[in-house]
Structures are given as structure tokens and as C-alpha cells.
Design a protein around this ligand. Structure first.
Ligand code: NAD
Length: 363
């Protein structure tokens, strides 16, 4: 076996990280080795990786990214070529209830990752070993909220985060920028819009609505339902990350987005219609699903109105474009949930029940 590059992926048992790992093995097969470090919080699920967990060129390390010793040991015992840093607390609603863990993982954890990579890659004269790269995966939420139609987030848009989640991600981006500016540390940042697809935990809008609708449960929508998000199929994001790391200019930030802006209420309506269309005639769930299930609930505190990415730079410089149109992506996602009912059953048992009750009973 001839491994060309060794990747250290953080948070690879989560939604985007696991999709990225699947994508990378599909693309590079046994040319790469992936070491996945994940603390397995509520959001990390080893089941997301069961198809690849026995590969010779895959290794899982259960560790917290804030644990300096554990992380530096990985760098000491492996010649890491690429770091792809996904691990984070990722849910805005949870950050409103419990901000501290967001600062811990997203800010301090990123500091540990940067510092360990820097120590491992630095040469005596302060330069870095050749062809080592760190990619920090971030969000468009760092740019704040857009009010006017036709306005977009560019890489040059000033940061203006509002939620504890986006503030913690903005801080982590700033740290990466500081490492690039101060040490010439070889890194890139990607700021991506909302993702959807297989393996997404059902606290996020799309899997939550699919799961509830299939059970004839209420479909909660915040405020007037008119908040706008720009949705990207997760595999397109995985591809963008790989392309930025291999073809992008070092030290640059790239915005990644789908030019696919939709109001939350539109998303819910599309899911209902697509489920109706995809379920076979005699499926008893067909009768349960209807727009009457839509329930408006008290708005999220500080809810940003609209996010929209201008992906011009990544398209012009790297040639990346979203490939999966929303109609197709939502069908692929629903099909995946149909085929993986056990996955959904497992993640929605236990702790999830308590979270769901707290979230939607006004507590
Ligand atoms: P997720 O919540 O599904 O997964 C996060 C993963 O990180 C989990 O496997 C969890 O166990 C792990 N993790 C959390 N804290 C950790 C710690 N202290 N140490 C080690 N591992 C830890 O998140 P996601 O939706 O896959 O997002 C991944 C990254 O992409 C995040 O950095 C997020 O900010 C960013 N992002 C997400 C979206 C989106 O729409 N989901 C959009 C843009 C950017």
C-alpha cells in the first residue's frame, strides 16, 4: 500500500465530517490515510462511519480537541500532511442555552489544533515543512445577517456574528487568520452556507422536518417562517473542501454556497410535497403528512434574517460549483432517511427526547 497523504480530520463522526470522509475514500481510495479524531459528543455518531471503519487506511481516535496531549501525540506518531478541522459545537439553539461549551470547543479547541500542527510542521528557522496544509471549516454565520434582497456575503464582508455559536466560530476564524499573519502558518478557511444531506442530526431543520412529518408530528417553524438560508448539499461541500485544499491559494478564505436561498417555510413545504410524491400509494404514513402539521413557534432569540453566500471567488479561482440542485438533493436526502430508519431511531432515542421536550415546550 502506497499512502500518498495522511489526513487528520477532526469531528469526522459528525454530519459534515462523516460525509467528507466517505467522499474522500470514494475519490482517493487507498492513496490516502485518514485519522479521525472525535470526542463523540451527542452529535458524533460512529454509525455514520460503519461502512469504512474496517479499512486499513482509516483510524479512529476518541479524544477531545482541547486535550493538548492527545492531539500532540497524534502529530508525533504520524506524519500528518493535511488537517481538516470540522470538530465544533454546531447548533445555534444549543449555543443560546449553553454558550460556554461553544467557547471551549470552538475557540480553545481550534487553538490547540493550530498549536499542535504548528509545532509538528515548523522547521528550526520558523518556516514550515513543504506541502503541509490546515483547513479550517467555518460558517457564513460569521458575517451576520443580510436585510436587503440582492446583498451577498463576500470574503471581504466584515465579521458581525450575533449568536454565541457564530461568535465562537468567528473567534476561531480570527485565530486561524492570526496564525497565517503571524507565523505564515499554511492554512485556508472556508465559510460555507447551511448544509443538508445524509447523517444530519435531527435537531437541524431538514432532518427534523422529515422525521416529524413521517410520524405525523407537528412541524415547528420559528417566527413568521420567512428567515432565509442558502442551502448546499453536503457532498458538494465535501468536494469544495478538497478542492480548496488542493487547488486554492494558501492563506486565502473561500466562501462556499449554493446560490440556493429559501425561506424556512418554503423548505418545509417542499419536504411535505416531496415526501407525498416519494411515498408509495399504500404507505400508511402518506395520510399523516399534511401542511396542517406546520406550527409556528416563538422565534429564536436574535434570529438572523437572511444569509446568502457569493461563491464567485471559489468558482473563478478553483472552478468549484454546486452540482446538486435542491430538488435532487432533497430527494437524495429523503431517500437516505427512508433507507436508514434505524439510524434515525437510534439517534432520536434517549437524550434526544429530553432535548426535544425542553426545546419545544417553552422551557
Ligand atoms: P456536527 O455537530 O454534526 O458534528 C460535530 C462533530 O464534532 C461531532 O462528531 C462531535 O462529536 C465532534 N466534536 C464536538 N466537540 C468536540 C471536541 N471538543 N473534541 C473533538 N470532537 C468534538 O457538526 P457539522 O454540522 O458536521 O459541522 C461541522 C463543521 O462545519 C463545524 O465546524 C461547523 O461550524 C461547520 N459548518 C457547518 C454547517 C452546517 O450547515 N452544518 C455549515 C457551515 C459550516
Amino acid at each position: 500500500q502506497n499512502i500518498m497523504k495522511t489526513y487528520l480530520v477532526t469531528g469526522g463522526a459528525g454530519f459534515i465530517g462523516s460525509n467528507y470522509i466517505h467522499y474522500m475514500f470514494k475519490k482517493y481510495g487507498s492513496d490516502i490515510k485518514i485519522i479521525n479524531v472525535d470526542a463523540l459528543t451527542y452529535a458524533g455518531n460512529p454509525e455514520n462511519l460503519k461502512e469504512i471503519e474496517n479499512r486499513d487506511n482509516y483510524e479512529f481516535v476518541k479524544a477531545d480537541i482541547c486535550d493538548k496531549e492527545a492531539i500532540s501525540k497524534i502529530f508525533e506518531t504520524n506524519d500528518i500532511d493535511r488537517v481538516v478541522h470540522f470538530a465544533a459545537e454546531s447548533h445555534v439553539d444549543r449555543s443560546i442555552r449553553n454558550p460556554e461549551v461553544f467557547v471551549q470547543t470552538n475557540v480553545l479547541g481550534t487553538a490547540v489544533m493550530l498549536n499542535c500542527a504548528k509545532s509538528a510542521w515548523e522547521l528550526g528557522d520558523g518556516s514550515f515543512k513543504p506541502d503541509k496544509k490546515f483547513l479550517h471549516v467555518s460558517t457564513d454565520e460569521v458575517y451576520g445577517s443580510l436585510e436587503e434582497e440582492g446583498e451577498y456575503f463576500y470574503e471581504t464582508t466584515p465579521y458581525d456574528p450575533h449568536s454565541p455559536y457564530s461568535a465562537s466560530k468567528a473567534s476561531s476564524d480570527m485565530l486561524v487568520k492570526a496564525y497565517m499573519d503571524t507565523y505564515h502558518f499554511p492554512a485556508n478557511i472556508t465559510n460555507c452556507s447551511n448544509n443538508y444531506g445524509p447523517y444530519q442530526f435531527p435537531e437541524k431543520l431538514i432532518p427534523l422536518i422529515i422525521n416529524n412529518a413521517l410520524q405525523g408530528k407537528k412541524l415547528p417553524v420559528y417566527g413568521d417562517g420567512k428567515n432565509v438560508r442558502d442551502w448546499l448539499y453536503v457532498e458538494d461541500h465535501a468536494k469544495a473542501i478538497d478542492m480548496v485544499q488542493e487547488k486554492g491559494r494558501l492563506f486565502e478564505t473561500y466562501n462556499v454556497g449554493g446560490h440556493n436561498e429559501k425561506q424556512n417555510i418554503e423548505i418545509i413545504n417542499i419536504i411535505i410535497e416531496t415526501l407525498q410524491d416519494m411515498l408509495p400509494e399504500n404507505d400508511p404514513r402518506k395520510e399523516l403528512i399534511s401542511k396542517d402539521l406546520i406550527t409556528y413557534v416563538e422565534d429564536r432569540k436574535g434570529h438572523d434574517r437572511r444569509y446568502a453566500i457569493a461563491p464567485d471567488k471559489i468558482k473563478a479561482e478553483i472552478g468549484w460549483e454546486p452540482e446538486t440542485m435542491f430538488k435532487e438533493g432533497i430527494r437524495l436526502t429523503i431517500q437516505w432517511f427512508f433507507e436508514n430508519e434505524d439510524w434515525m431511531k437510534n439517534v432520536t432515542s434517549g437524550e434526544y427526547q429530553k432535548y426535544y421536550k425542553d426545546m419545544y415546550s417553552g422551557k
